[in-house]
Design a protein around this ligand. Structure first.
Ligand code: GLU
Ligand code: ASP
Length: 495
């Protein structure tokens, strides 16, 4: 998916903190897109299950939690489609633009008082839009540098900082307005945020030279007819199946939730089967793909807990936490700022730590096992308050929940950056671009599974819920630690 750029059309090589000038518009586009996404997520759960009299939709709480997870799963699954469209039809440049417009429209749909139908339309628009925007804006960052430019990694670090700075601002701005004025004002500000992102993108277009301007591997004339026919036939079958199911009364939200959960598992499984059986994959590459399987499973369990931060822990903040700190009132959405906030503060500490440790630093599989261990511990910690303060009421000190967010972030900093780079390094040449989608599919599969279990996280069952999910994750982390040397050998020379 790397954008092809000729030397003459390389963007200006200086202009953004010592990085190519084009990093500026991409950084701010993604910053504002994440403000809109995480701002919307900071209030969406409450909007869905709060009563009509409180400005919400009055949905069942378990259903609302499943919808949050399935939405997250769909957003990361649609990246597969967005990557393909950019590679073969639009080029990344236009894909990001179209994606931004769809996202803005998705937030606008919820800006006006409306019902459940509007919610689903908004979810669909934002899923499609994010699938077009998110993978492609990252690919364009890569396209600003030559393959061996030493600034490449630090360019991505800056970009990830942009993502998390956006996620810090989101709950403070949109969460506060959404909870203290009205949810619809919150969603309108999310739309304005995406609009600002689009303006940054448009104004900065000159600094991108021809990065992502055309498809890397455009459809040939022969392929075009065949592929378009398949797409049209596929869509027709989907629409017809939808109509038949709807007419027979079987097209329920529950069916959609279950279908997306199953797809979340089937999609990466079939990718693995195709890669392992492909004749284009050499023996060494096959061994690396096998090594990637346990890492994928670890990543899945990690993101399951991490992404439940905006579902299970958001609900916990709203219903179990004493929303006062040193006598001052707190809003439940503000807890969503902790995850990205800790990342912004601690990422430089971890980067320095790995550099200091140099060759003595843990191998990739060991870092993954640390990631799992911290994620599991963050949940085990949440099993304790019910034992100390009772299982109901808003009595848990806010710092308890903050500590849980801090611990999961220690895991994220062990697993997420190395996960991204291991994904690219373990990719067979013939599957370079698809392998990147696999990384996001581990997050999608995780949220697909979450959709099935999050309704169980009720105050009556919270000790069991946090205890079992946290306990299994810690045990998997320990198992991975002992398997790490064998996995490392299978990685065939990759660290
Ligand atoms: N939280 C990250 C972001 O918003 C994505 C998580 C992932 O890498 O799966 O970009
Ligand atoms: N940590 C998430 C992502 O990197 C952001 C969030 O959940 O707020 O980057």
């Amino acid at each position: 998916m790397t954008a092809t750029t000729t030397e003459s059309a390389k963007p200006p090589q200086r202009g953004f903190f010592g990085h190519p000038a084009g990093l500026g518009p991409l950084f701010f586009t993604e910053f504002w897109e994440r403000v809109s996404y995480y701002g919307m997520r900071a209030i969406l759960l409450f909007f869905m299950y709060h009563q009509l009299s409180e400005g919400g939709l009055g949905l069942d709480k378990g259903l609302a939690a499943s919808l949050m997870s399935i939405y997250g799963a769909s957003v990361y699954m649609s990246g597969v489609v967005g990557g393909w469209l950019a590679d073969r039809i639009f080029g990344s440049r236009r894909a990001v633009l179209y994606g931004g417009v769809l996202i803005m429209m998705g937030h606008l749909v919820l800006s006006f008082p409306s019902g459940v139908g509007a919610l689903y339309v908004s979810m669909l628009l934002i899923t499609l839009g994010t699938g077009l925007l998110k993978p492609n804006v990252s690919t364009m960052v890569g396209g600003l540098y030559t393959a061996n430019d030493p600034r490449r990694d630090s360019g991505f670090t800056l970009f990830v900082m942009g993502i998390n700075l956006g996620a810090v601002l989101a709950p403070l701005l949109i969460g506060t307005l959404g909870q203290s004025v009205s949810y619809h004002v919150g969603f309108s500000v999310a739309a304005v945020g995406m609009a600002i992102g689009l303006v940054c993108y448009f104004l900065g277009r000159g600094r991108l030279a021809d990065v992502g301007a055309t498809a890397n591997n455009p459809l040939t004339d022969d392929e075009r007819a065949r592929v378009y026919t398949r797409i049209v036939v596929g869509l027709l079958i989907l629409v017809l199946a939808g109509i038949v199911l709807a007419m027979s009364g079987a097209l329920t939200v529950e069916l959609m939730i279950n279908a997306i959960s199953v797809l979340g598992i089937l999609l990466p499984t079939s990718y693995f089967v195709v890669m392992l059986r492909s004749e284009k994959v050499t023996a060494v590459e096959r061994s690396r793909v096998i090594a990637y399987i346990p890492l994928f499973v670890a990543s899945l369990f990690f993101w399951m807990i991490e992404e439940q931060g905006s579902v299970v822990l958001a609900d916990y903040a709203d219903h179990r936490v004493d929303l006062h700190l040193f006598g001052l009132p707190l809003l439940s959405s503000w807890f969503q700022t902790l995850n990205p906030g800790f990342i912004v503060i601690l990422a430089p500490v971890f980067a320095t730590l790995w550099v200091r440790l140099g060759r003595r630093q843990p191998s990739t599989p060991v870092k993954f096992s640390l990631g799992l261990g911290f994620a599991g511990l963050s949940y085990l910690l949440m099993a304790v308050p019910a034992l100390l303060y009772g299982p109901t009421d808003k009595v848990v000190p806010p710092l308890w929940l903050a500590a849980s967010f801090l611990i999961v972030i220690l895991g994220e900093l062990c697993l997420s950056p190395v996960g991204l780079s291991a994904t690219t390094k373990l990719a067979p040449t013939a599957f370079g671009a698809q392998m990147m989608s696999m990384w996001f599919l581990s997050d999608a599969a995780a949220q697909g599974i979450s959709a099935q279990i999050v309704p169980l996280a009720t105050p009556q069952h919270e000790v069991a819920y946090f205890g079992i999910v946290g306990g299994i994750t810690v045990l998997l982390g320990v198992a991975l630690y002992f398997l790490a040397p064998a996995i490392h050998r299978k990685m065939e020379g990759i660290d």
